[in-house]
Write a protein that binds this ligand. Sequence first.
Ligand code: 7RM
Length: 631
Amino acid sequence: MNFKIKSFSEYESECNRASDNPEGFWSSIADHYSWQQKWDQVLDWNFTEPNVKWFLNGKLNITENCIDRHLAERADKTAILWESNFPDRDSEAITYQQLHYKVAKAANGLKSLGVKKGDRVCLYMPMIPELAIAVLACARIGAIHSVVFAGFSAQALADRINDATCNIVITSDGLYRGAKTVALKAIVDLALEQCTCVKSVLVKKCTSDPVAWEGGRDYWWDELMDQQSASCPAEQMDSEDPLFILYTSGSTGKPKGVVHTCGGYMVYAGYSFANVFQYDEEDVYWCTADIGWITGHTYIVYGPLLNGATTMMFEGVPTWPDGGRFWEIVEKHKVNQFYTAPTAIRALMTCGEEVVNRSNLSSLKVIGTVGEPINHEAWEWYKRVVGDNKVPIVDTWWQTETGGIMISGLGGHSPQKATFAGYPLPGIQPCLVTPEGKEITENGVEGLLCIKHPWPSIIRTTYGDHERCRVTYFSSFEGMYFTGDGARRDENGMYRIIGRVDDVINVSGHRFGTAEIENAINETDFIVESAVVGYPHDIKGQGIYAYVICDKPISDFDQARKDITAMVVQEIGPIAKPDKIQFVVGLPKTRSGKIMRRILRKVAEGEPDKLGDTSTLLDPAVVEDIVKGAH
Ligand code: 7RM
């Protein structure tokens, strides 16, 4: 696919082409893919319902584009390069030919368990090749995958399985994460006590730790695959058939299942990958995310494979056995494009430059960041220490809901400015609006970040609840998709993302709703009420600060903190553990009963002298107690 932009002037002309005629532009991009049947209309949309359809009546299967079409020229090229948790274990290279074989077997294996087009399949797996294979096997037969990050708890897993009524879960006996192992199958077993919809569990052996077994329900991956044919014709999918569901947290209620569809998602994943990372045929590309997040879906699996790239998957963590692990892997596989999160950069900064300099990083051509705003210090360090002051940084802003990167430089072609994501990709129309919904057209301003026109991989719905999709993203500002982020646009039109303006917090690049964490805390038997806010954290970007009210005076605060933390781990998972828990007797509420989070945020940020107007509070004395007891 040669839709790769090769200069900034070409970028500018592509932007003009896209804004003059969006449908003509996207149609010309979509033409690069193989379709079983061409679309008869490029776009149908309104942002009121919302209803967005791209490439109407086009027929395709994304796996033919990710695998089959490469067999003629790249059969023996490595598609997936897998690096184990353990530095002394061999890496594994899976060629496009082998991937074709493995995906067909897995697809047939799923079929043999009764999985059909449109069924939902839950994947709760380690970062092993079988996770990517299972994703592609679902897509091959038109089943809708719902990957749940393997750091979520049994309760969180059960909620997601039930919301999507999955009939099958694919998992492993356990997983390795640095020095730790996690008994994944046992977590699935626990979750399934609450899930009557699940009929089968497919288990890949990974750690070989013993597992409980339910005959008639549980199947070993390897045994099932051995019995399968290696030929599986790709199911014909409509452009607008769902490809996957991925749960993400919002400011209210339980996480929502973001739905992406086959045609538009494919077009944008492949296009954005090629352009942002400027991938060349012989390159080795590495995104350090987990496939459990959107970054892994689009930029470990689909985007790279659509481009016939070699994409690396890493099972382990950045800091084990030590903080040099990432850099050793970059040297070992001569990685050309490296894509990670600010939280990882900040954690690795603390290990010192010598650890980076032990490895030869001269293969790097582009280094990327994603997931949260990157601070100046981390940006400069990344540029100088990892990028040797010459490798371009792409700061890529996007969301689960956008499916692909929206604002970012294109490799080395775009102007760079520290902490700025930069300019939108061609065809993307961001704008800034005031809280009243008025578009701000001048430069050198801050505002709420919206998108004015649909792009192919825009969220189609939230699974099972279209109204929620409308209310969350399309009701704040008429005729616009609202991102939930605030942004600054400089004099040259470059964007810098400031962060969430809603009750979503971003902890190490992981999204949580404050309400979601409060609900978990409130499950603790002695908790009456709680309020959670984010506060600046050196490594995580934001930390979780919880104010809690107990039903009686606490004598053992350490124990109470442990109990609350254990409840959050049980309800959501270890990634949502509060960093600070403050016991309070009351929360600052307005007369109408609304918690004034602004005040709690200021206290958590260590700025109790900047509380602003507290006159509308029901009981201003509460604030004094909170300030006194703050950490
Ligand atoms: C890809 C991903 C989305 C939220 C988003 C932002 C924040 C993501 C950047 C960023 C500043 C970036 N999807 N965010 N990328 N903020 N600069 N380059 O992270 O759905 O999990 O999160 O993450 O607040 O709204 S996500």
